[in-house]
Design a protein around this ligand. Structure first.
Ligand code: ZN
Length: 269
């Protein structure tokens, strides 16, 4: 971070700045300086159109690369012209995304395994709108009916999150305007963050089809935040494990000290 800060001061050109965020060009790279990372302000940048399209490249595109891309083949489910969707889709509010949802959920399961039949947790694409967040034994889960065994099951949110996130980006493709993104982030902020928003959805018992576009956008933000916290925790854990190994553990392994001395003296020669 210090190296980035030095680069930004020495050679940087500020492209865009707001109260707590700045986009800085350094040569061919781009850096974002974060003051206080406010959820609402960040949402306009990340999910909205607050950043000029031309600047969504380089480092920015790598930061945004975590988001699944929109499907390549568009959203007209049944080819050219208007056809009536097959019967299963009649109850789905996501008929326009039928083709893309079908592609998604015949490619990836909702979760690695079904607690009832232990097969992959297959999801019938026309029942995507029935997915709900539920709170059970202190953790959030996704309630779904298994496409293989037809049982209603609960998947830990962590297991179902990537496929749920993929499905959400299929039904609501493209970026929204920044004001809308900030409004959705405001909803997340209002209930105390990602965890609070998931809890709100669980309490209300809303399925995806019953949520407003803004609520689905807030769900997307909550899922991303949850994923990022998990990734950070994993990094910290790994760093702590390495620190613990360096501190003590390996030095107590018989022979390791001799090995280290040998390697170091060879390296010096
Ligand atoms: Zn099953």
């Amino acid at each position: 971070m210090e190296a980035c800060e030095e680069e930004a001061r020495a050679r940087g050109r500020t492209v865009l700045s707001s109260d707590h965020l700045a986009l800085i060009e350094v040569g061919r790279a781009q850096l974002i300086r974060v003051g206080r990372p406010l959820r609402i302000e960040m949402a306009g940048w990340r999910y909205g159109d607050r950043i000029p399209a031309a600047s969504r490249s380089g480092l920015m595109s790598r930061i945004f690369a975590g988001l699944p891309p929109p499907p390549v083949s568009g959203y007209r489910p049944y080819g050219l012209g208007r056809a009536d969707p097959p019967m299963h889709w009649v109850l789905s509010p996501f008929q326009d995304a039928a083709w893309a949802l079908t592609t998604a959920f015949t490619t990836v399961p909702l979760a690695p395994s079904c607690p009832a039949c232990s097969g992959p947790a297959a999801l019938r694409p026309w029942s995507f709108h029935e997915l709900r967040v539920v709170s059970s034994r202190g953790a959030h889960h996704v309630a779904a009916r298994c496409g293989l065994c037809d049982q209603d099951v609960l998947h830990p949110l962590r297991d179902a999150r990537p496929a749920l996130r993929l499905g959400l980006s299929v039904v609501d493709p493209g970026s929204v305007d920044a004001v809308r993104a900030e409004k959705a982030a405001g909803q997340v902020e209002h209930v105390g963050g990602a965890h609070g928003f998931l809890e709100y959805l669980a309490q209300e018992g809303l399925d995806l089809g019953e949520m407003s576009l803004d609520e689905r956008l807030a769900l997307v933000m909550s899922l991303d935040e949850d994923a990022e916290i998990e990734a950070l925790e994993r990094e910290w854990r790994a760093a702590e494990e390495i620190a613990a190994i360096m501190d003590a553990e390996l030095t107590s392994v018989p022979g390791f000290d001799a090995f280290r001395r040998a390697v170091l003296s060879e390296a010096r020669e």
